[in-house]
Design a protein. Structure first.
Length: 71
């Protein structure tokens, strides 16, 4: 019975070890998407006065959604 528990624990650690780099890669990809979308929105709407900020926010959100992320 204890050998099954040990095998299960080893398997769980293996899965966790494999998932950690994937989670880190997703965060890096999200960070890159954020940077890209912020730059794109600022380029499209350089003024943050009046409707510029609202338009910039909309452009950022649309960009993030297009890349598959929640804004």
């Amino acid at each position: 019975m204890s050998s099954k528990l040990i095998v299960a624990a080893i398997a769980a650690f293996g899965i966790a070890a494999a998932a950690a780099p994937a989670a880190a890669q997703q965060q890096t990809t999200r960070d890159e998407a954020i940077a890209r979308c912020v730059a794109q929105a600022q380029q499209q709407y350089p003024s943050d006065m009046g409707d510029g900020m609202r338009n910039r926010t909309s452009a950022y959100k649309a960009c993030m959604v297009n890349l598959g992320f929640q804004p």
